[in-house]
Write a protein that binds this ligand. Structure first.
Ligand code: SAH
Length: 365
């Protein structure tokens, strides 16, 4: 059977795009408002059901855009109520989204929160030595509708609206900046998913020029930096990106961010035994965090199959934390959820569907 050409997804358009589209067809711009109300307000699954739109317009929409959701390949529930969704994209690639129950993530405290951890790329090119996501390399950027689509599908699958988003799934969000910012506009818009910008966190391995570009954006999204080393020597060993943007360059960008946003940056710092968990690194980290008034989020390393790293003892984690606190740094030690289903930080990895089911993609030699 000949397959029909794939229609563009309705989830990739902003209200401005819809206005342009309806006006090009001689329709009044309020039709665009009606369209987004059906898509996001009522989660319509067919154009035909959009009864307040003229029949001819509905027919045209039908042939122009798809309302298809990302296909759920697998939904895994963790004992601690974290859920992981594996979605199939139009080209058969797979991507994961994690739903984290209230209080599991940083900023914690409020009880009615539902945080979604969203992916930005299929695979990752940055090759951080402790992370599963880059083990099989980079495949492609996610499209706007695939970023928005993860939130739409995860909400519909779980029956709960997302209150918070963290761009901490697979991939480097700032390496997909133009699509990310358009997706954020749709996720943030009152006519769209209506998730407050202050409830969205973009996490980056430290792409300095892109941090500066993101700082120009007029929305108050939050920034988290995957630091993981307080000196170039230590950071370089586990994060090759540090060769391109050493700490001095990264901190220049963070100054720009501070200047523009007047908000607190978070440093994520995985503790890996014998690599970055020494008292000297803690003291150095405090010296870097203090002047920026950054918050430090310590994350005990999560085991990744095939990688040699070890999580330090709790005593060692605790003493690292205390050095930061004694230096006057706001710091937390994160107790993560979702380990039993490999949904914790750094455990999302490239997968593919095979005749036998879903399989992990091994490193391409
Ligand atoms: N590329 C972005 C977005 C991914 S966020 C970034 O680097 O920030 C995923 C977070 O999980 C990052 O802070 C990452 O450093 C962290 N992480 C990766 N591997 C991990 C592991 N094995 N254990 C704990 N955290 C890990």
């Amino acid at each position: 059977m000949a397959s029909l050409a794939r229609l563009p997804s309705a989830f990739g358009l902003t209200l401005e795009d819809w206005i342009e589209w309806v006006e090009a067809r001689g329709q009044s711009r309020f039709r665009a408002k009606q369209i987004v109300e059906w898509i996001y307000g009522r989660r319509a699954k067919s154009w035909d059901g959009m009864t307040n739109l003229p029949q001819a317009l509905r027919a045209e929409l039908e042939t122009a855009f798809s309302l298809d959701r990302l296909a759920v390949v697998r939904a895994t529930g963790s004992l601690d109520a974290t859920r992981k969704f594996l979605f199939r994209l139009h080209d058969g690639r797979l991507v994961e989204t994690v739903k984290i129950p209230a209080n599991a993530h940083f900023d914690g405290g409020r009880s009615d929160r539902v945080t979604l951890c969203v992916s930005s790329q299929v695979g990752c090119a940055y090759d951080c030595k402790f992370c599963a996501s880059g083990l099989a390399g980079f495949t492609r950027n996610l499209e706007v509708e695939e970023i928005v689509g993860q939130v739409v599908a995860a909400e519909e699958e779980s029956g709960e609206a997302a209150s918070n988003l963290v761009f901490m799934g697979m991939g480097e969000p700032l390496a997909n900046l133009s699509r990310l910012t358009k997706a954020i506009a749709i996720l943030n818009a009152p006519w769209g998913l209506d998730i407050g910008a202050r409830h969205m966190t973009v996490s980056t391995s430290g792409l300095a020029p892109q941090i500066e570009r993101l700082a120009e954006l007029p929305v108050q999204i939050r920034l988290a930096i995957s630091l993981h080393g307080a000196s170039d020597e230590v950071r370089e060993r586990i994060m090759p990106v540090n060769r391109k943007y050493p700490l001095a360059r990264l901190f220049e960008a963070l100054e720009v961010w501070r200047e523009r946003k007047k908000q607190r940056i978070t440093f994520e710092y995985i503790l890996i035994e014998g690599v970055n968990d020494s008292p000297e690194q803690a003291a150095l980290l405090a010296r870097r965090a203090k002047p920026l008034d950054a918050k430090v989020n310590l994350i005990p390393y999560n085991v990744v199959e095939g990688l040699p790293w070890v999580r330090p003892s709790e005593a060692r984690q605790e003493s690292f934390l205390q050095i930061l606190r004694r230096a006057g740094v706001v710091a937390t030690l994160r107790r993560e959820k979702g380990h039993d289903i490999a949904a914790a930080c750094g455990q999302l990895r490239l997968q593919e569907e095979t005749a036998e089911g879903v399989a992990v993609v091994r490193r391409k030699e």
